[in-house]
Design a protein. Structure first.
Length: 288
């Protein structure tokens, strides 16, 4: 198994390496740290070959620095790809290396809170056929050497089964507890004054059914629990959960996602605004 870190020589890139190390150590996986550089766009003043050499040499220097962030107990390799599209190149490199997940860090701009999406990361979470893990800002300072637990945001929309499959697989591979969470946001409920209690009961029933399914499939190999949280908004509901260093959350692609592609839905985007734990976005086909 391989974990691909899409690296930039920034604090966000170092956050991504830290999360990649945590994943690799937990899963006994190899860490592949890669940089994607664009081909020559400078025109006639400098030869393309020379520019490519300069870009590649600089990337090698940065990757050497990134490799120095990886502890001795984690096997790591570095890779450089030259592509017209950075996001497309990241996906191509991850697929070429057989990676099960792409890890990225915040690059500035985009959402508020501990997660910040630059244009490349935004493209990845709306097009990748490979799961994408988003490292929150400051992940490089975490004291957790391994993943402590997996939280899965369960629902009943299209793709929910694939997400549950992926969460069960991840928890079992990592040997960590699995927490199933049903979020109920009042602002998303039509006719709230009449429907809120009914919706809560439906969510509890659904969570119990999913919990039973997960327990049966895991057959006692890891601890499984479920919780239903209510809030005025998605953000309030998420803030009602307890988080510890080493926890992560897994969410599924929006129902708008094409097969084998990601599409970050509005609920997951709202969660990103307040979460300070890593988020793994799973494509409609789950994890490889």
């Amino acid at each position: 198994m391989k974990v691909y870190v899409a690296y930039l020589a920034t604090d966000g890139g170092r956050d991504a390496v830290a999360l990649g190390v945590q994943f690799a150590r937990t899963l006994g996986a190899e860490l592949a740290i890669g940089m994607v550089v664009p081909p020559d766009q400078t025109g006639a003043f400098v030869s393309g070959d020379l520019v490519d050499q300069v870009l590649t040499a600089q990337a090698k220097t940065w990757l050497k620095q990134a490799e120095g962030l990886v502890p001795d107990d984690v096997q790591a390799s570095t890779h450089i790809g030259v592509y017209d599209s950075i996001a497309g190149g990241v996906i191509a490199e991850a697929e070429r290396l057989g990676a099960s997940v792409i890890v990225v860090g915040g690059t500035g701009g985009g959402l508020l809170g501990r997660h910040s999406l630059g244009p490349v990361v935004n493209d990845l979470i709306h097009s990748s056929p490979v799961a994408v893990a988003l490292a929150p800002r400051g992940q490089r300072h975490t004291k957790a050497e391994r993943v402590r637990s997996v939280t899965c945001a369960v629902g009943s929309r299209a793709g929910a089964e694939e997400l549950l499959d992926a969460a069960i697989t991840a928890a079992e591979r990592a040997g960590v507890p699995l927490r199933l969470v049903s979020l109920i946001a009042v602002d998303l409920m039509p006719g709230v004054h009449q429907a809120d209690q009914e919706a809560i009961e439906q969510a509890r029933a659904h969570a119990a059914a999913v919990l039973d399914e997960a327990k049966a499939r895991l057959a006692g190999t890891v601890e499984v629990s479920s919780v239903v949280v209510l809030g005025d908004t998605v953000e309030d509901a998420v803030n009602g959960l307890e988080w510890q260093p080493g926890d992560l959350i897994m969410v599924g692609s929006s129902r708008l996602a094409a097969p084998r592609r990601l599409f970050l839905g509005s609920t997951a985007a709202k969660m990103l605004r307040v979460l300070d734990v890593p988020m793994v976005v799973v494509p409609r086909t789950g994890l490889s």
